[in-house]
Ligand binder design. Structure first.
Ligand SMILES: [Zn+2]
Length: 324
């Protein structure tokens, strides 16, 4: 019995998640493996093991797997299926697609994880029905995805739509990883930037919950700031608003350039919800041009922690022509 299921694999810097997904994006089986601190051969073995585990579970239920999709936080040479360069994974100039196709014996599709998330949000989520859409995923870094004129855009080499590396402050802080730029949106509105802004604010306001957390030696990260903000701590709320306003500058640029129907914001930092999006929308209203700014919707992503895996599955479904 054929179900037309595919396996989507979200290959992150610390762990990987594989899931069997049907053409309506329902998840049937899941497997996870650690990828923390591994060398390249060990990462590839872990990937194969996770995919085999999901495939065995599907076969035990007399269901078949038609293809495998990978979402990797990495620059991908689309034509050759090569993982060119990753910030947080030991993958460089690796013919990932052919290697995996050979080891798994299935058709394999590979793309940047944010491109996968854009595809999933466009076909099934917050950007459904849009002709022109942009996606920003706010995590340790910022990933981007782009749909224009009803076609997903990756640029001439597949290295485009890196929306997180648009500059929003020309002389701003240095960007992360292999980016030679400074003042990128990633340097101003990522989870890393939120931690930095929150630490700065905490130092100046020791009486607040954020200030007390810093004084007690706790690590100030995006998750803690969000937790304190949801509890009503004014310093944490202000830190998120600072990042939200920079996000708004980036979105204003996108809106002026692209006149999108919708800008979808996802990733771990979106746990802050409206505390992040409201300041962003305010800056958008102040800075962007009419009529684009009145037309665009700025909305949270539909898919949360499993966005990478579902996006990878959507890539594979699209690749075999089975996307609903
Ligand atoms: Zn950058």
């Amino acid at each position: 019995m054929s179900t037309g299921c595919v396996i989507g694999v979200d290959l992150g810097g610390t762990k990987l998640l594989a899931g069997a997904v049907d053409p309506a994006l329902n998840v049937h089986h899941r497997a996870t493996r650690s990828a923390r601190g591994m060398e390249q051969p060990a990462v590839l073995d872990a990937v194969v093991a996770a995919v085999e585990e999901v495939r065995d579970a599907m076969e035990a239920a007399s269901e078949t797997v038609e293809a495998v999709g990978f979402g990797i936080p990495c620059l991908i040479d689309q034509e050759r299926g090569v993982a060119v360069m990753a910030v947080n994974l030991p993958l460089a100039h690796l013919p990932f697609r052919d290697l995996m196709a050979e080891r798994l014996g299935l058709p394999v599709f590979v793309d940047n994880d944010a491109n996968g998330a854009m595809l999933a949000e466009w076909r099934f989520g917050a950007a459904a029905g849009a002709r022109d859409a942009a996606l920003l995923t706010l995590g340790t870094g910022i990933g981007g995805g782009l749909v224009l004129g009803g076609v997903q855009q990756r640029g001439s080499q597949g290295a485009g739509a890196e929306l997180g590396h648009m500059v929003v402050q020309a002389d701003g802080p240095r960007c992360q990883g292999n980016c030679p730029n400074r003042g990128c949106l990633e340097a101003m509105a990522s989870g890393t930037a939120l931690a930095r802004e929150a630490t700065k604010i905490a130092r100046g306001r020791p009486q607040t919950g954020l200030g007390e957390a810093l004084a007690s030696g706790r690590e100030i990260n995006g998750m803690l700031v969000t937790e304190l903000a949801h509890d009503g701590d004014s310093a944490a709320i202000d830190a998120i608003a600072v990042v939200g306003r920079w996000l708004g500058v980036g979105i204003a640029n996108l809106v002026n350039m692209l006149n999108p129907d919708v800008v979808v914001v996802g990733g771990g930092v979106m746990a802050a919800g409206e505390l992040l999006l409201e300041p962003a929308r305010e800056v958008l209203a102040e800075r962007a041009l009419s009529p684009s700014k009145e037309h665009v919707r700025v909305v949270p992503a539909r898919f949360g922690a499993e966005a990478g895996m579902l996006g990878a599955a959507a890539l594979a479904l699209d690749g075999i022509g089975a996307l609903a």
